[in-house]
Design a protein around this ligand. Structure first.
Ligand code: SF4
Length: 415
């Protein structure tokens, strides 16, 4: 009776697809399009089904990785229309960090518990493959224990073309210098018609596939990503997911899938080229839920991007098919430059709180999803390693703590 009231108005076609997905059948592109266009009760049924699939696939833990982003230069002339990060080298806020600065950032990150450096940057016209190599050897020399997750396929394309080497040899040369895994970014939507509008000078679909498959073939694993909420349709998304699933069947080299919502405020794609103003919350949830059902069992880890969707929508997405909270980041700037308002850093203690608020267990993982620490008991949590910052309070001054006070209500209520 109650089930009839809860699910009686769900489209029977949607129910049939969900039933097949939960039964372990592989969904088609048409199935994914149907699910991506759901709303109302259909969307709620989709989220519930994806949550059940998530529990069956990977259990109830929610993982995160303690990492630091390092964007060593924002100089880039590729000109992607969705990018608010790139600068011309003569602009006042262009930067190109020397190695000493990267080492200093690395030192600070390790003191804050980082196990990973995530390194991506602009395509600086005056740099070549030797610079990427030097970044790796320098950081590895100082921090041999830290995993280096670096260089998008766009950066790999640039470095490889400069190097004159065979692609697999070039990638192996970087692995020998300390590269651990590769971000599967620069994918956006793997459709050349869409790419022609959003990033006409970026590597094309086939080159992205070539680089990712070459990486996987030498044991260099990568993430997989998609950018949604701009000019793409549900079919573009479904075909992109199908392509990732096919690559994964061939190589097994994707560690996870990360849907990345487009941030629109400060870039050309929205302001001049007519893109949608990013994804709605329901699109965020659908992307996560459909990814879970469509990519199972090939890609078991579905990650939320708290930078793009914000920690609260990320929490809901973790109840709709996702199982990974991503990285703490420490210094996020690429999304911020496009208008994201969700901050640059989500410390481990906040990750743990957000995960526990939805009744799940936080787990710190390595880049490649080995469990490093479980946090079953909040009372046994380690102390924060974050640098102390002065707290900014507002409200009537008489209600605020003064030096040496412990209880503002008792001390100053009458003051
Ligand atoms: S997205 Fe990357 S490649 Fe494109 S303009 Fe921005 S920094 Fe350059």
């Amino acid at each position: 009776m109650i089930l009839e009231r809860l699910f009686g108005d769900v489209n029977p076609l949607v129910l049939e697809v969900l039933e097949r997905a939960l039964g372990g059948a592989e969904l088609s592109v048409d199935d994914a399009v149907l699910l991506l266009e759901t709303g109302g009760a259909d969307l709620q049924a989709l989220m519930r089904a994806a949550d059940v699939a998530r529990r069956e696939d990977v259990g109830d833990d929610i993982s995160f990785v303690v990492c630091r982003n390092m964007n060593f230069t924002n100089v880039c002339y590729v000109g992607c229309s969705f990018c608010g990060f790139a600068r011309h080298k003569d602009e006042a806020d262009a930067y190109d960090h020397p190695m000493e600065e990267l080492i200093e950032k690395g030192r600070e990150a390790v003191a804050r518990g980082a196990t990973e450096f995530c390194i991506q940057a602009g395509i600086h016209p005056n740099k070549d493959h030797t610079h990427y190599h030097e970044v790796l050897t320098t950081l590895k020399e100082h921090f041999p224990q830290v995993h280096i997750h670096a260089f998008s396929p766009e950066e790999m394309d640039w470095g490889h073309r400069k190097s004159g080497m065979e692609l697999a040899d070039y990638l192996r040369w970087l692995v020998d210098a300390g590269l651990g895994t590769m971000p599967g970014t620069a994918a956006e939507i793997l459709d050349d018609e869409i790419r022609q509008t959003i990033s006409p000078r970026k590597l094309g679909r086939d080159r992205w596939i070539e680089i990712v498959e070459a990486a996987h073939s030498i044991g260099l694993n990568s993430t997989s990503t998609l950018m949604y909420g701009h000019i793409e349709t549900a079919r573009h998304v479904a075909e992109h997911l199908a392509l990732l699933r096919e690559i994964q069947k061939r190589t097994g080299g994707f560690t996870e899938f990360v849907p990345l919502g487009y941030i629109h405020e400060r870039n050309t794609l929205f302001n001049h080229l007519g893109a949608r103003p990013g994804a709605s919350v329901s699109e965020d949830l659908k992307l996560v839920a459909v990814s879970r059902l469509f990519l199972r069992p090939w890609i078991p880890n579905i990650q939320v991007s708290w930078v793009k969707m914000g920690p609260k929508v990320a929490q809901v997405s973790l109840m709709a098919g996702a199982n990974d909270f991503g990285g703490t980041l420490m210094e996020e700037s690429i999304s911020r430059e496009s208008g994201s308002q969700y901050g640059e850093n989500l410390p481990p203690e906040q990750m743990r709180r957000l995960i526990r608020e939805i009744g799940r267990t936080p787990v710190e993982r390595s880049t490649t999803y080995e469990v490093l620490r479980r946090f079953d008991d909040p009372a046994a949590d380690p102390p924060s390693l974050e640098p102390e910052r002065p707290q900014e309070l507002s409200g009537p001054a008489r209600w605020r703590l003064r030096e040496g006070d412990s209880d503002p209500l008792k001390v100053h209520a009458a003051g």
